[in-house]
Design a protein around this ligand. Structure first.
Ligand code: ADP
Ligand code: TYD
Length: 208
């Protein structure tokens, strides 16, 4: 497969401001005249959206949760992400497998070998591994995310987890970013929207 489009993903702990920045990135891409597909995980396909509904509401075993995340991802890659990249479109994905590493691994303690095995199964390995070309992790101190989350919205099964869960998710995201500095850019999201977006535009411009 020759992938022509660019694959972007956005990540962060709940309440970091990811949705706000995602909308801004979509607008930026449109302004550049780039054809892109905006999608999300869990979700992104009709089946994936059904899995999302279950994942965000239904208590389940950690391994079930992880397997469903990766099952939805397999379908998402086959039906949406790879066809878009092959057409030359860009893909803007609201969360991808770094979220499984952070939430199921960091947050819930799934052993890393299991994550690596699933990632290899679903995304391949070596030069053939399908990974985003660029991932933004929006990072804020826990107190900031909790305050932003408390801002009047209904919380899902992950958002309702205790503060120490979110602290472990954040630590896992930062650890993952440190291990893949070329791909993953940590954005200090505890700044004004304007400051954050200036930095995003600079980084995105390097992909053009
Ligand atoms: P997420 O998708 O990461 O959960 P949202 O983008 O929904 O977060 O943002 C959560 C809340 O924080 C919203 O009310 C949003 O307006 C606010 N917010 C987002 N980014 C900032 C920022 N840089 N400064 C102040 N408030 C912000
Ligand atoms: P999120 O993307 O934050 O959606 P919204 O902005 O509508 O709240 O919600 C998805 C939740 O799923 C989020 O709390 C993180 C979690 N998640 C995982 O635990 N593992 C994964 O692999 C993915 C993709 C998401």
């Amino acid at each position: 497969m020759i992938a022509l489009g660019r694959f972007l993903s956005v990540e962060g702990i709940d309440g970091a401001g990811k949705s706000t920045q995602l909308a801004w990135i979509a607008q930026w891409l449109a302004q550049q005249g780039i054809a892109f597909v905006q999608t999300r995980e869990p979700g992104g396909t009709p089946m994936g959206e059904k899995l999302r509904e279950l994942l965000l509401t239904e208590p389940m075993h950690l391994e079930t949760e992880t397997l469903l995340m990766f099952a939805g991802r397999r379908e998402h890659l086959a039906q949406v992400i790879l066809p878009a990249l092959e057409r030359g479109d860009w893909v803007l994905c609201d969360r991808f497998s770094d979220a499984s590493y952070a939430y199921q691994g960091g947050g819930r303690g799934l052993p890393r070998e299991k994550f690596i095995a699933l990632e290899e199964w679903v995304q391949g390995s070596g030069l053939n591994k399908i990974q985003p070309d660029l991932t933004f992790i929006f990072d804020v101190p826990l107190a900031v995310s909790q305050e932003r989350m408390a801002n009047g919205r209904t919380l899902d099964r992950f958002e309702r987890e205790a503060a120490d869960f979110h602290a472990r998710v954040r630590a896992a995201y930062l650890e993952r970013a440190a291990s893949e500095p070329e791909r993953i850019r940590v954005i200090d999201a505890n700044r004004s929207l304007e400051q954050i977006q200036t930095e995003l535009a600079e980084i995105l411009s390097t992909l053009l």
